[in-house]
Write a protein that binds this ligand. Sequence first.
Ligand SMILES: [Cu+2]
Length: 367
Amino acid sequence: MIRIYTSAMAMLATLFSTSALAEYALNLPEPNSELTREIFDLHMLTTYIAVIIMAIVTAIIVYALFKFRKSTGYEADQKFHEGWFGRWSWLFVPVIVLGIDLTIAGSATGTLAKIESHPDADVTVKVTGSQWKWTYEYMDEGIRFNSNLKKLDPSDEHYLRDVDNPLVLPVGKQVRFLHTATDVLHAWWVPSIAFKKDSIPGYIIETHAKIDREGVFRGQCAENCGTGHAYMPIVVKVVSADEYTAWVAAQQEVKLAKAASADKVWTLDDLYAKGEEIYNSVCVACHQLNGMGIPGTFPAINGSPVATGDKAGHMDRVMNGVAGTAMAAYAFQMDDVDLAAVITYQRNAWDNKTGDMVQPAEIKAAR
Ligand SMILES: [Cu+2]
């Protein structure tokens, strides 16, 4: 008997330990920042209370069904309201319910206040959602890049959950996220490190996190933002302070190199090769690999009057988009070299053999 009791207790202890619960795939992901831990604990508190209430109520119902069944000749108590329980239950049952509510609300108030606070930040990242990618901008470091879905085989562990450029953040530092969007509502959400707020075009909405463990954390756009909604994964790589400093320095070098390459005159072949790469990661979802688009939904670029007509019109279409359609304004999302390359590619790929090219300097002038 004692052995059964001990093993049952051990089983319960394992089941209810935080780490076991965190690893259990049906539960929320393991929290890795102060606030997400508090949110996780609130979730567990509420779950425990709900489970206990459910067990008590179910036990009472089962007991009543069995004990007071008609087949044993039980007759309903017509004088229930005259006994002490009948008189007082209308009072103390609501008091118990209110007490439980206040226990949960009391624990949640401090967390909600923290969520709405604006602590001083060591790192500020502006996170912009667009159909269908994230743009990260480090406000003090002058770093900016896009994070696109990485195409993987469906059998891959991280299929639809990996990106080309992850967001890199330092461990143990206060990070401020500034959320906005360029087209529709999006929501940048990495449940284990940050709470969720909508990204709304024209608004800047703040969230914050102090991540307490190094590692790779994944999330997804949490707003139903269109047909490519599932293709907006988020990957955050949390590194040590030293690694972060080195990464920032490397990114700044990349930026300098990019600025230098934007000033030089490119050859058609180089622009074409670079443009093909960009086309195949950014434009391909709508306009397709063969440039034929999806008839009735996304226009073809192969043979289109825009891509074979005058350069200025083509540049305007790609840089400023088309209002009211899924064609976004890429002037914001791409730098001069990338825009010049992808437009040059579109003007020369498939049957569009215009033979002309757009230099980064022309994009710069058109901005
Ligand atoms: Cu989205």
